[in-house]
Design a binder for this molecule. Structure first.
Ligand SMILES: [Zn+2]
Length: 685
């Protein structure tokens, strides 16, 4: 489930776009001066229009304006600027296409090989092996391509691109995109390439900060075998070690069945609350020296109580570091002047207000109460806050998890066994053998330190990486379930890299679309083990499962958005103040949309999600992914997954709403998910 990619967040930083004047930002501390004066811009625009004709006027106006906005004194005089524009503006259609192709080819070379370096340099901190040394962090957090854009400005490649390929705002793409040809879209994406000029030292700092946040989160384990209840009993296996919060949550989910399930769940939730409010003893993070009773928050060594040293708000200082480094980019991004607008309008390409509206409507829908009542009836008890993770909708055909683990660990004793089986998995999902083979040959499986992730290549014919956590006894069911999810990402990464007609259109509109594929795969995990679900209610169960996942993660995302708005309003906050703000935001969202449904007031549970800390504003992609996935799933229903996947995903990186219209015939909507839940409840009653 976890998709760490520092690159993702870096892409959001760099996916920012701007055209027009560079103005000092009101909130920024840096000011970026416009060196080329407006009369110069007008003069050169007129001269080019006079000589090339009205047909080119739009491109001339926008191109000259873009270059003027990016030009600094160090790039040359006004006369140099004028000469550059005159010499390099390409009016002829065929010549423009030649220029496009050369730029595209060369950008692929740069991105592809820098990515390869990055993958190799990060290996010691991402792949299992000897303990991480400071030198590994120094290399792993180094971004070799940090100076690339600076160089492209210095050698004028950036100006050449900006002069000839206009940037279109999200609104323009929305208004015009439907009538654009594939080539027009590719040109528009080329126009997104150089719209800001962020100094290399800031990009480097951002990369370092995100890598440190990732290391904090992916090395935060709780030794469950040391957890003791007030009666002195140990409820979890002695060797169980769980990563916060994904493994903790998954363990909580798996305890809806089995001995002492509810007590174990309550204990896990208690651990989570100590992580959220940082009362967790520092002595139990990543260490198994102390016995910990989380319900009363006491620790013991050799049977004797020891003094608790709480974690010193590290969680929130990591989040603050992310905020500060993202904010430092604001001054260089006049069109998207905050990280919030860069993440949504720039990165996701859906306005933040639209996302928030969609989520708010969803979590306050009448269906929530009805589904909650259904769950409560299934459980035979009133709901607890952690029932936002209720997983009883999963149709596992009643097979206990241990039995599934027995199957998966036998089938996949090590990463290479999974790798060898990828082609078969694809064939089971409907790909022709030959195509399955060519996709699988471009994916490689590595043993991950964290819970795993999928990392796509940046050039054609390079491999995408599936990182998965496999224990000494082979892949357990949970690990398998996650690996199938990540594999979905890898297949998307491979197909959209190699089968989309233009490199500039390679990929998906935003990360929600790759999550959609990952969920499509993950949902079929049992089928892939050869256990087709004979349950006639399967579709209804899946609809309710999707609905409930949306309800959970939309709440988490609403908290995430609130927290970022708060940080912008309180840029001088201390980690302790941020901690209070996060907890308040979590309680506020809880009290408004969950307390009446799930019981108790003031529960902080929505603040536990790790991506809130290590992957700035990434969370909203999950629920968007669920909505998109549901619409895509309905589209795929009754048809072979592979053919529909290929048709939809080879559209490449259009803007989200246009991609959806092309794929399923309508925009992103909560209605299909809500309606399907209502229908399912009716049928199950
Ligand atoms: Zn994912």
């Amino acid at each position: 489930m976890r998709k760490l990619i520092i690159f993702m967040a870096m892409a959001t930083i760099l996916a920012v776009s701007s055209c027009g004047k560079k103005q000092p930002s009101a909130t920024g501390t840096e000011t970026v001066k416009t060196f080329i004066e407006q009369p110069t811009v007008e003069k050169i625009t007129k001269a080019l229009t006079d000589s090339l004709g009205e047909a080119s006027v739009f491109r001339i106006e926008r191109g000259v304006k873009q270059v003027a906005a990016l030009w600094r004194e160090s790039d040359g005089t006004s006369a140099d600027f004028e000469k550059f524009c005159k010499d390099n503006f390409v009016a002829d259609d065929a010549a423009l296409e030649t220029l496009y192709k050369k730029l595209e080819r060369n950008f692929e070379i740069f991105r592809g090989y820098f990515h390869k370096m990055d993958v190799l340099l990060k290996e010691p901190i991402q792949i299992t092996g000897p303990e991480i040394e400071p030198v590994d962090m120094m290399f792993g957090s180094y971004d070799a391509s940090a100076h690339l854009d600076d160089d492209f400005f210095n050698n004028k490649i950036a100006f050449l691109t900006a002069l000839n390929f206009p940037f279109y705002s999200l609104k323009e793409k929305t208004d015009k995109g439907a009538t654009w040809s594939r080539r027009d879209w590719a040109y528009a994406r080329m126009g997104d390439r150089f719209t800001t000029r962020i100094p290399a030292d800031i990009i480097l700092k951002a990369s370092q900060t995100l890598t440190e946040a990732d290391a904090y989160i992916s090395d935060y384990n709780i030794f469950m075998g040391k957890l003791q209840n007030p009666e002195g009993k140990f409820l979890f296996p002695a060797d169980m070690k769980l990563l916060s919060h994904w493994n903790l949550r998954d363990e909580l989910k798996s305890n809806y069945t089995g001995e002492n399930g509810l007590e174990k769940q309550k204990m896990i939730y208690s651990v989570m609350k100590h992580i959220i409010d940082q009362s967790i003893p520092q002595q139990v993070i990543n260490k198994n020296e102390y016995v910990w009773n989380p319900l009363i928050n006491k620790i013991y060594k050799d049977g004797k109580e020891a003094a608790v040293t709480p974690e010193p708000d590290t969680r929130y200082s990591v989040l603050l570091d992310n905020f500060h480094v993202m904010k430092s980019i604001d001054a260089y991004s006049p069109n998207f002047p905050t990280f919030i607008s860069r993440a949504f309008e720039g990165g996701m390409e859906i306005p933040q207000e639209d996302v928030e509206r969609l989520f708010t409507q969803f979590v306050s829908s009448p269906q929530v109460k009805e589904v909650a009542a259904y769950i409560s009836k299934q459980l035979g008890r009133p709901l607890e806050p952690f029932d936002i993770w209720y997983n009883g909708f999963k149709s596992r055909g009643g097979v206990p998890e241990e039995q599934l683990t027995a199957m998966t660990s036998k089938k996949y004793p090590n990463p290479k066994a999974f790798e060898a089986d990828m082609m078969n998995i694809l064939v089971k999902l409907g790909w022709e053998k030959e195509k399955a083979n060519s996709i699988a040959s471009l994916i490689t499986v590595d043993p991950a330190r964290g819970s795993g992730h999928a990392w796509g290549a940046e050039m054609r014919n390079d491999v995408a990486r599936l990182r998965t956590r496999i224990g000494e006894n082979g892949m357990d069911y949970k690990g398998y379930n996650i690996a199938v999810h990540e594999f979905g990402h890898n297949v998307e990464q491979t197909v959209t890299m190699n089968d989309v007609d233009y490199y500039m259109l390679q990929g998906v509109p935003n990360t929600a679309f790759t999550e959609a594929v990952a969920f499509l795969f993950q949902k079929r995990d049992l089928e892939l083990l050869g256990m087709p679900n004979a349950d006639p209610n399967k579709d209804y169960m899946m609809a309710l499962d999707n609905f409930w996942s949306c309800y959970e993660i939309m709440g988490v995302s609403l908290v995430d958005m609130k927290v970022w708005k708060w940080m912008y309003e309180n840029p001088e906050a201390t980690p302790a103040q941020l901690k209070d703000a996060v907890i308040s935001a979590a309680k506020e969202v809880w009290n408004q949309y969950y307390a009446g449904i799930m019981g108790g007031k003031d529960e902080p549970i929505l603040a536990i999600y790790s991506h809130m800390i290590d992957n700035p504003l990434y969370l909203s992609n999950y629920p968007m992914g669920h909505l998109i996935e549901f619409q895509v799933e309905q589209q795929v229903k009754g048809k072979p997954l592979a053919a529909e996947f290929d048709r939809m995903y080879t559209q490449g990186r259009l803007i989200p709403q246009q991609w959806m219209k092309g794929a399923v015939g309508s925009e992103i909507s909560i209605e299909p998910t809500l309606n399907a839940a209502a229908e399912a409840l009716k049928a199950l009653k």
